[in-house]
Design a protein around this ligand. Structure first.
Ligand SMILES: O=C(O)c1ccccc1NCC(=O)[C@H](O)[C@H](O)COP(=O)(O)O
Length: 197
């Protein structure tokens, strides 16, 4: 089970996340978020990261040009895209991408393209809201290309056993306060994620 910790705003949290065993770090390039990070600050963190750790830039309803520019400036290896307004031209993106599927019901999980998705609960306001998706939605569905997000914590991760998700994404449950991670919560979360069968 791969683990991404989203909403990294400083180097200390980034290194603690990695020492906890996280595979990927998420950087929020959405200015209204309390977890927003400037591209130059994200780049300074990314330049300090060890090998084999993926940096993921999160964009909300931004243009292709903006995503290309900011992901290059900040040295992101992957971009996570919320594109409710359908404005992104994926053929013109110059960086590997992961689409976010904001799910309201089972229909939202049907007829998907054969690609990886980050699957999150739909909330009116964007971001790290801690809202969970009902796992019933995933029964009898191939979850091997889904990274599950939304309201996960060290205690409810065991409910994911046997679904076969590719990975999990967490933000609020491993925070001390919005924008600041908690080292112990991150390591307990990653440990619990690694125990999922
Ligand atoms: O974190 C934010 O502030 C944010 C802002 C805008 C769009 C998305 C945002 N966060 C997404 C995430 O942190 C995760 O992908 C996911 O929602 C997990 O969050 P949580 O439910 O808090 O674990």
């Amino acid at each position: 089970m791969r683990v991404k910790i989203c909403g990294i705003t400083n180097l200390e949290d980034a290194l603690d996340a990695i020492n906890s065993g996280a595979d990927a770090l998420g950087f929020v390039f959405y200015e209204p978020s309390p977890r927003y990070i400037k591209p130059i600050d994200a780049r300074n963190i990314v330049e300090e990261l060890p090998p084999f750790i993926q940096s993921v830039g999160l964009f909300v309803n931004e243009t292709t040009e903006f995503i290309n520019k900011i992901s290059k400036e900040s040295k992101m290896q992957l971009v996570q895209i919320i594109d409710d307004e359908n404005i992104v031209n994926y053929d013109k993106l110059e960086v590997k991408h992961l689409k976010v599927l904001r799910v309201r019901n089972k229909e939202d999980l049907q007829n998907l393209k054969d690609e990886y998705y980050l699957v999150d609960a739909f909330v009116d306001e964007f971001g790290g809201a801690g809202k969970r998706l009902a796992l019933d939605l995933f029964k009898n569905i191939d979850c091997s290309k889904f990274i599950l997000a939304g309201g996960l914590n060290k205690d409810n991760l065991k409910e994911l056993n046997n679904f076969g998700f590719f990975g999990v994404d967490v933000s609020s449950a491993v925070e001390k306060e919005k924008g600041k991670k908690d080292k112990n919560k991150m390591s307990q979360f990653v440990k619990a994620a690694h125990e999922i069968a």
